[in-house]
Write a protein that binds this ligand. Sequence first.
Ligand code: UDP
Ligand code: MG
Length: 335
Amino acid sequence: MNNPLEASNSLPNSLGQTVDGLMSEADCTVDLSIIIPCFNEQQAIPIFLKEVEPILDELNMSYELVFINDGSTDETLKTLLECKQSVPQMRIINLSRNFGKEAALSAGIDICAGRAVIPIDVDLQDPPELIPKMVKIWQEKEVDVVLAKRGDRSKDTFMKRWSANLFYRFNNVISKTKIPENVGDFRLVSRRCVEAIKSMGETQRFMKGVFAWVGFKTETIEYERAERSAGEASFNAWKLWNLALEGFTSFSTAPLRIWLYIGIFAWFISIFYGSWIVIKTLIFGVDLPGYASLFTAVMFFGSTQLIVLGVLGEYIGRIYMETKGRPLYIVEKEY
Ligand code: UDP
Ligand code: MG
């Protein structure tokens, strides 16, 4: 395959030093790596393969299908091993337990060997028909990232659409790393972009943010998000909320800093209000009633302090986890 991108042997880190252990394009053994995190997906896997294989075969490129079994409790691993017998391009990475989609994706990104890498959901919610389009744009327009944007989310529930919308808005206000709206993990990334991602040291990875942070030349194509092919979505509201928190705190310190300004504002108000009360008392004498305003003020500032402590806690918790330097995931075995 004629590759448009220049091979860069190593990427400098923020200090201008060379990061060791990075792959160049010349080291890549296949053209295309598809990364598929799986968590309890025994039904979806055969459907996925049946759909994706002919599409990839038509591309006339060498490819690998990197399946990450993210500690499934059903027959996912067995299904994968069975399928592998007829699909030699399959690689199966079995994680030692469920580490979550972000970690499973990271595992795939670290292990894959393609010149271009495409993470995709196994439930066919990311349409594989887009893969040839992405590859074409990557080859012709010489870009490093081809984003797939959800044009139409009408099949998602109202709550999901509303909360997703709110998340992007809020994130893009408080964070310098702008996350493109309605774009999931489904995208094509070039090898040098993948290497840039691998050089990021944080263990708590919010993949959407990580992808956005590394930058590079980007093209976007639109698609319609389909319904799940089989099985059930494993992301409930609580998991999504935590993912959103991870996103805010990973790429922005605004929630920490805003309290300084709110504090200064409240300080001035209390000075003026305090002075007013003192002056009023000196002129008009003691005025006993006032418990209501006192109580309200105590409640207000008490709860504000609790919120601030909570925000601090979110960050300190992350600093704590980060300082342990634990690996993102543990690979039990590659089959
Ligand atoms: N997934 C995973 N680990 C998890 C949860 C999900 O690897 O802990 C995978 C899952 O198998 C699927 C993808 O991540 O391939 C997206 O999951 P899901 O369809 O449940 O999420 P949604 O479509 O709601 O984003
Ligand atoms: Mg899904």
